[in-house]
Structures are given as C-alpha cells and as structure tokens.
Design a protein around this ligand. Structure first.
Ligand SMILES: Cc1ncc(COP(=O)(O)O)c(C=O)c1O
Length: 376
C-alpha cells in the first residue's frame, strides 16, 4: 500500500482510472516466501492473473514454471523460457498439438486425451506427461484424510491404472501426477494429501514398472497464507520423507498475485439519499466483479483506502458504487469512523491481484476496461 500511495503522490494525474496496479516486488516476495515455506518447486497458475506485461516483468522471479489452462494463455507466453504445464480437462486436439510443439509438460485429465495425444506424437519428442488424479484417490490411499469436496477433474484409480498401462504399452513417458483439492484447501488437507501421495507414488511405480520423477501436490493457498498458523516445518519434514528421485512441486495463483494487486477508482460524485451517503465512482463491478460480492450469500464489502489531493478530517459512513446501471454495483462500504470521501479522491482496494481483473463483466454497457499500471 505504501508503494501505491507513493506512486499516486508522484504521478496521480497520469494514472487513469478505473485501473489495476500491480507490484512486481510483491509478487517476487510472495513467491520467495512461499517457495521457502514449502521447500519445493512452485508453479505459477496463470489463470489468476494473465496480464502479460506483469508476467514478463515477473518471469525471472517465477522460476518454477507456469501452469496454462487455455490455448490463448499458451499463445501469450509461448516465446518465454519458463517451464510450461498444460492443464485443462477440456484441452482438445488443437491445444494438445500446440502443447507438444511448445515443449510443454501435458497434464492428462482423461483417457481420451491420452489416446489423442498418442496419435499426435509422431516424430516430435514428447516431454514426460503427468496424470491428473481426482481427489477421490487421496481418500483411497489415506483413509484418515479429512473431508475433500468431490469434483470432475482427473481420474479415479481404475482409470489411472488404464492410463498407466496405456503409457507403458505405447512408450509414452510418464513423469508423475498432479492433484489439486481446490482453492483455499491447502491448510485443511496438506498433510493428508502428502501422506496419500507417498503411497500413490509407490502404487504407480509398481504398475508402470519404472520410477516416476515428478509430483505436483497442488496448492489452494489463500491470499493471506503468510498469516495462517499452518505448521510449514512439520510439512517440510513430511515432504523430506519422499523418495529422492521425486521432484515435488506445488502450484498457486492467488497465493502469489492477490496481495500484489490493487484496484483504483475515482470518486465522480457524492450524493445523499436520505441519511445514506453514496460515492459514485468511475469503475465498479464491470471492471472488478468480485468486489461486488454477488457470489457470496452474505455481502461483506471491502473498505477502500482513500487517496486525496486535498485531505480533510470529516468522517461519515459511505457506500461506494460503480458506473453501471445495476443496483448490485456496490463495491465498497465504510463506517462513520472513517474519513469521508470527496469528489476526485482515488479509492484504493487492496488484494485485487488474483482473478479480479479476469473474472469480470466488462462488455456490459460497453463501459471502459480497467487500465493496468505496473510498479516496482
Ligand atoms: C488445477 C488448478 N491449479 C491451480 C489453481 C489456482 O488456484 P489458486 O489461485 O486458488 O491458487 C486452480 C484454480 O482453479 C486450478 O484449477
């Protein structure tokens, strides 16, 4: 936040709103901290923030590679040197062909993808693949694991066995597997997942009759993972019991990007409807759908930090609304102990670096897209 305030102090006139502001050094700090807390490779999941300027500025920090979920994402990073992992259950022939051509590691979700892949290999060398395992396998290999939400991704054990056999019969190189229990799920099931993974490695190696080399244990880190009381040391000790020939990785989008991004809007008008003060801003749910909290059963709004060119001390409660005609376009609230906004103030929402820019509504009303600014 200090860096954002400094950027506004020095160049607020050149910052067009609504906009996103991303901090390269915050991404780098988050990456280094999480990588050393885990003691493993750390892959960046591009879906959280696909802003290419940001990714280019961060690429030398993100040393564990990048997880890509669409051909569009692949095209935008195709020229880069990062290790690329392709992971999407609906990846089609075209995507698989592009994945082979770009020397990416393909994460296979189902048997049809695997048999399709086999038809595409031809003379091109294929990087050893990973099998995406459905979380139901964790329960199968560790009966003590906590509750895991079922999902549609990856393969159950019978299908995994068929995939392993297919790899063996068609000499498709198999590096290992990938599991993902869902966003925000890391602390609940990390130990149980790693315990299951140890047995799964043994079972797959036995069936494949060759050693594996790579296991991605997923992620699910929250935006404030640094503040959780998860015992990372005990976790690292458990991971140290994995066979030496296995490289362990985790992946995250939110854990790197969320706290590195800010959403900025300017107050255009202030008005009162009876006792309620509203700040009407130049951006809202169109550019930052998640701030409107319409997907939450209880809408608990964020309170922006105000940057003002003429600070004052008046206090008032206020509801911050955006520029669309939806009555759900409310993106912030403050209580009467907070300093009241003035026209021209810039409202700064923190923790907007992951999903806020991409998971949004912008074509509605042909309102402007948010601009992007990148700071060190
Ligand atoms: C397979 C996979 N990996 C990683 C992620 C990134 O999750 P997060 O941004 O919560 O770390 C997702 C999110 O949907 C995912 O599906």
């Amino acid at each position: 936040m200090e860096n954002v305030i400094n950027a506004l102090n020095s160049s607020h006139r050149s910052i067009e709103t609504p906009c996103y502001l991303y901090s390269v050094s915050q991404v780098a700090d988050n990456f280094n901290q999480l990588k050393s807390a885990l003691g493993t490779e750390l892959i960046y999941s591009m879906k959280a923030n696909n802003n290419i300027d940001l990714l280019m500025r961060c690429s030398h920090h993100l040393t564990g590679g990048i997880e890509i979920a669409s051909i569009g994402e692949l095209n935008s990073v195709a020229g880069g040197n990062s290790e690329k992992y392709i992971n999407n259950p609906s990846a089609d022939k075209k995507f698989l062909r592009a994945a082979i051509a770009s020397r990416s590691t393909i994460i296979i979700d189902n048997l049809t993808q695997l048999t399709t892949l086999e038809t595409l290999i031809g003379k091109r060398p294929l990087k050893p693949i990973l099998l995406r395992l459905n979380p139901c396998l964790l329960k199968r290999f560790n009966a003590d694991i906590g509750k895991i939400r079922s999902d549609q991704f990856g393969m159950d054990w019978d299908t995994t066995c068929q995939a392993i056999d297919f790899c063996r019969e068609h000499t498709i190189p198999l590096a290992g597997f990938h599991v993902f229990n869902g966003s925000y799920q890391f602390t609940a099931n990390a130990m149980g997942t790693a315990t299951a993974a140890l047995s799964i490695i043994q079972a797959i190696e036995k069936r494949y009759q060759q050693p594996l080399s790579f296991v991605n244990l997923g992620g699910g880190f929250g935006e404030h993972w640094q503040q959780s009381d998860f015992d990372f040391q005990a976790y690292r000790e458990l991971l140290a019991t994995f066979p030496e020939h296995i490289t362990i990785a985790h992946e995250t989008g939110r854990g790197l990007m969320a706290s590195a991004g800010y959403f900025l809007t300017r107050v255009r008008y202030i008005k009162n409807i009876e006792q309620q003060q509203y700040a009407i801003c130049d951006g809202g749910m169109n550019q930052n759908f998640l701030l409107a909290k319409t997907e939450n059963s209880f809408r608990r709004f964020n309170t922006p930090t105000l940057w003002s060119s003429s600070p004052h001390q008046l206090k008032n409660s206020c509801t911050y609304v955006g520029s669309s005609c939806s009555k759900d376009d409310v993106i912030g609230k403050q209580s009467d102990t907070d300093v009241s906004p003035q026209v021209g103030d810039i409202c700064i929402y923190d923790n907007c670096g992951a999903y806020n820019a991409s998971y949004t509504l912008s074509p509605f009303l042909t309102l402007p897209n948010a601009k992007t600014f990148i700071i060190e």
